[in-house]
Write a new protein. Structure first.
Length: 85
């Protein structure tokens, strides 16, 4: 399969949408806990396997990484963190 601009855009959107709920869950997890680590890294294998299946190389990594970070940040904004006492 030949990689196209449409597939690249779909992969970037996938990285963003996968990380929205993970960012939502991450914000209530204790920092550096197993749950926090999983919320940050769970989408990576899916994104890498999809990128390889679509025939893209490393040139798309900065774009998918940026969209994943934005997804994490926006997902976290939907759920305020627990206030510590």
């Amino acid at each position: 399969m030949q990689p196209t601009l449409l597939f690249a855009a779909a992969l970037i959107v996938l990285a963003f949408t996968l990380n929205l709920p993970l960012g939502y869950l991450r914000v209530r997890s204790p920092k550096f806990s197993v749950r926090w680590f999983i919320c940050i890294h769970l989408s990576i294998p899916v994104i890498v396997l999809t990128r390889d299946a679509l025939g893209f190389g490393w040139e798309l990594v900065p774009f998918t990484l940026t969209s994943a970070i934005i997804g994490q940040m926006l997902g976290a904004r939907f759920r305020p963190p627990v206030e510590s006492r």
